[in-house]
Design a protein around this ligand. Structure first.
Ligand SMILES: NC(=O)CC[C@H](N)C(=O)O
Length: 200
């Protein structure tokens, strides 16, 4: 197994699925930090924006000064991973009237995109680069409804809609990787963190 012990990863802890991310990071050997104040960002090598309720997290981010601080974090090339609501927070555009939050990634997202009967489901998801499907848990999940540039690399999709994608130091997924016992998606993010640290 890859050694992630040198990676200090924050999980934005304003609202949402924080503890499961912390547990999965720790199980992989990384140091996990629950981030509640912008000053904590300084000591981190990567940051996870968890699932939850994107409007609520967005409001709290504005209130506590995280919008500018996280934009700065991303501008320094540090890896960010947005899961579910976190993907919505990173998007440059949200369908409907809602303004973007961080507006960092060249994607448009549709919230609660899988409709009523399928609001929550688990599926075996084929992912570029993984040899076997990943058991992906979707909870009132969004998907990427439009790519806004050619810089976005799609790693998985459902019925033609991207649900896992990467753009430079930004990784997003529509599902909850921390709710599966399979750590491969979190490891994918940590690989990016580790590669960056090794290149420094
Ligand atoms: N599990 C989740 O993070 C759900 C996201 C939520 N439906 C939103 O739009 O913010």
């Amino acid at each position: 197994m890859t050694d992630y012990s040198g990676c200090r990863i924050g999980v934005l802890a304003l609202q949402g699925a924080v503890s499961e991310h912390m547990a999965q990071l720790a199980a992989l050997g990384a140091t996990a930090v629950a981030v509640k104040h912008v000053a904590q960002l300084e000591q981190l090598d990567g940051l996870i924006l968890p699932g939850g309720e994107s409007t609520t997290i967005g409001k709290l981010m504005r209130h506590y000064g995280f919008i500018e601080a996280i934009r700065q974090f991303a501008a320094e090339g540090k890896p960010l991973f947005g899961t579910c609501a976190g993907m919505i927070l990173l998007a440059k555009a949200i369908e409907g009237d809602e303004p973007a939050h961080l507006g960092l990634m060249d994607i448009q997202v549709r919230r609660n995109a899988f409709g009523r009967q399928k609001q929550s489901f688990q599926t075996a998801l084929y992912i570029n680069g993984l040899s076997t499907p990943f058991p992906a848990v979707f909870i009132r999940a969004p998907y990427i409804s439009k790519l806004l540039s050619d810089n976005v690399q799609i790693l998985a999709e459902i019925n033609g809609s991207p649900v896992l994608a990467r753009q430079d130091n930004l990784l997003v997924c529509a599902f909850h990787p921390e709710l599966s016992t399979d750590p491969r998606i979190t490891a994918l993010f940590l690989d990016g963190v580790r590669n960056r640290l090794e290149a420094q």
